[in-house]
Design a protein around this ligand. Structure first.
Ligand SMILES: Nc1ncnc2c1ncn2[C@@H]1O[C@H](COP(=O)(O)OP(=O)(O)OP(=O)(O)O)[C@@H](O)[C@H]1O
Ligand SMILES: [Mg+2]
Length: 297
């Protein structure tokens, strides 16, 4: 199959531990540390962690919108681990068919066997199913989500006649980047109105600084400089880049610096050259980099 799929099977922890909220009184210090070690780091932007937990509890599907590299995938990974659910991720593309999601019959040595697709597997196992860049998928594909995303919570499998009922742990999460969106690629209203929606942007400066320190292991002063640079780059609107400097690019620049690359070439490689192919635009971005971090970098 064409889609990429990651499945993180729930670690074999005691159920009580898996269901206890982080910081809950029920956990011993050691168990708490064990749990935290298994949860991918995620710095919250604005109440989205609690919102996700409520949505999960209420069996509501979630749409996350936001620019590239702002933490959408990390957020979903964090929440799946935090809630103790397996995570099944599908990167959507324009060739993705309903069968790729739901499943198909395969011919093997024993004859024809049914093979669940990632969506059916997620429903059966009560996983969190994350469909990334969902607007890329063909519209007939997204329609298979409808009975699953509304109060019916079922996945009909036409070819086998099965009707899978989603258990309470199952949650559907979809995301896309509205920046790339065109009219042809927007979600049908009947699809989007089945989801509650969260708008992500780049994190506030203090949060982004903490992310750089944690993700790249750089000190507060360097992280603060890179965040200043990002703020200056994000203020530029009049240039030929599709999207501005993301948190992801800042993390990459910080990791280069942590590894011993001087700040200026690290920013040029991880930020300026990554943002554009156009020589004039690169020169303009480079000027901002030099102005903010200084020539000595
Ligand atoms: N809030 C956050 N907490 C921790 N790390 C973050 C956060 N936001 C961004 N990052 C860092 O930025 C990187 C990119 O984030 P992520 O892959 O989640 O972006 P995304 O929004 O899914 O982007 P895309 O739309 O391109 O898939 C992460 O690997 C992580 O290092
Ligand atoms: Mg992503």
């Amino acid at each position: 199959m064409d889609h990429t799929e990651q499945q993180r099977l729930g670690a074999p922890e005691p159920v009580a531990l898996r269901q206890a909220p982080l910081g809950g009184q029920a956990n011993s210090g050691a168990a708490q540390r064990l749990l935290e070690a298994q949860v991918p780091y995620y710095a919250e932007q604005a109440g989205e962690v609690a919102l996700f937990e409520h949505a999960h509890r209420q069996c509501l599907p979630l749409l996350i919108k936001g620019p590239t590299g702002c933490g959408k995938t990390r957020f979903v990974e964090h929440m799946a681990a935090r809630l103790g659910r397996p995570l099944i991720t599908v990167s959507c593309h324009d060739d993705l068919s309903a069968a790729d999601l739901v499943g198909r019959h395969l011919i093997g040595p024993e004859g024809t066997v049914w093979a669940d697709g990632p969506l059916a597997r997620a429903v059966r196992t009560g996983a969190i199913c994350y469909l990334d860049e969902v607007v890329e998928a063909r519209k007939d594909t997204t329609v298979v989500l409808h009975p699953l995303a509304d109060d019916r919570r079922v996945l009909p499998i036409e070819r086998t006649g099965e009707q899978l009922v989603a258990p309470p742990g199952f949650m559907l999460v979809i995301s896309y980047n509205p920046g790339y969106q065109n009219l042809l690629k927007s979600l049908k209203p009947s699809t989007r109105q089945r989801f509650i929606a969260l708008n992500f942007g780049y994190p506030a400066p203090a949060v982004e600084q903490a992310i750089l320190q944690t993700e790249a292991g750089v000190d507060a002063a360097l992280a603060a400089r890179l965040v200043k640079l990002a703020e200056a780059l994000r203020r530029l609107t009049d240039h030929d880049v599709e999207e501005t400097a993301s948190t992801r690019l800042l993390v990459m620049a910080a990791r280069l610096v942590a590894s011993g690359v001087p700040l200026l070439p690290a920013c040029q490689a991880a930020i300026v050259n990554a943002l554009t192919d156009d020589a004039d635009t690169a020169a303009a971005l480079d000027e901002v980099v030099r102005a903010v971090i200084g020539h000595g970098g």
